[in-house]
Design a protein around this ligand. Structure first.
Ligand code: HEC
Length: 157
C-alpha cells in the first residue's frame, strides 16, 4: 500500500508504509516534536540558533522571535552580514557578524516609535542617504509583515 506523507520538512514524499521506508519521515517527525531549545523561547530569554529557526519556520512564532529568525536568515534580512546584535540570550552557533553597520543595541532608545523602525527598514535611504543598507520594503526583499516582526525584535533591544 502507498500513501503520500507530508514530512514536516515540507517535502512531500511517497513512501511505502513499511517500517523501513517510513524511517526518514518518522525521524523528521521526531525531530519536529522533540523539545528543541527554540520552542521554549517564549518562556525564556534564549534566542533560537539558525538551525532551530529553520526547522521551526516563522509563521506561528511569537513576533519577537520570528523577527530574530528573519534577521539572521541569509535569505531574508541577513542583517548579521553588516551588524553585530547586542542582545540577551544570543545562541551559540551564530556565524560571525559584520561591522559594516553600527552594532544594533539600545535601539528602543534611538527609535521609541516602532513605526520609525518600520520606515527605516522599508527604505533606510530616507534617513541615511547613500547608505549601503538594503531597502527591504521598497525593493520587496521582505514583506510588510516580516518587516513588522523585525521591528518588534529591534524594539526589544
Ligand atoms: C549591507 C549592509 C547592511 C545590511 C545587510 C543591513 N544593514 Fe542596517 N545599517 C547598515 C549601515 C551601514 C547603517 C548605518 C547607516 C549609514 O550610515 O549608512 C545601518 C543602520 C541600521 C540601523 C540604524 C542604526 C542607527 O544608529 O540609527 C538599524 C536599526 C539597522 N541598520 C538595522 C538593520 C536590520 C534589522 C537589518 C536586517 C533586516 C539590517 N540593518 C541590514 C548596513 C546594513
Amino acid at each position: 500500500m502507498h500513501a503520500a506523507l507530508r514530512c514536516p520538512t515540507g517535502k512531500p514524499s511517497r513512501v511505502r508504509l513499511k517500517p523501513a521506508s517510513a524511517i526518514p519521515c518518522l525521524l523528521s517527525l521526531a525531530l519536529w516534536t522533540a523539545p528543541l531549545p527554540g520552542i521554549g523561547t517564549a518562556l525564556s530569554d534564549e534566542l533560537p540558533d539558525p538551525a532551530t529557526c529553520n526547522i521551526l519556520g516563522t509563521v506561528d512564532m511569537e513576533p519577537r522571535i520570528a523577527g530574530w529568525c528573519l534577521m539572521i536568515a541569509p535569505n531574508k534580512g541577513d542583517c548579521l552580514a553588516c551588524h553585530h546584535v547586542i542582545a540577551e540570550g544570543l545562541p551559540d552557533g551564530l556565524g560571525p557578524s559584520g561591522n559594516i553597520g553600527p552594532a544594533l543595541e539600545n535601539i528602543a532608545e534611538q527609535y521609541p516609535e516602532r513605526s520609525g523602525l518600520v520606515e527605516l527598514l522599508n527604505d533606510p535611504g530616507t534617513r541615511f542617504p547613500d547608505t549601503v543598507m538594503p531597502p527591504y520594503g521598497k525593493h520587496r526583499i521582505l514583506s510588510d509583515d516580516e518587516i513588522d516582526r523585525i521591528a518588534v525584535f529591534l524594539s526589544s533591544l
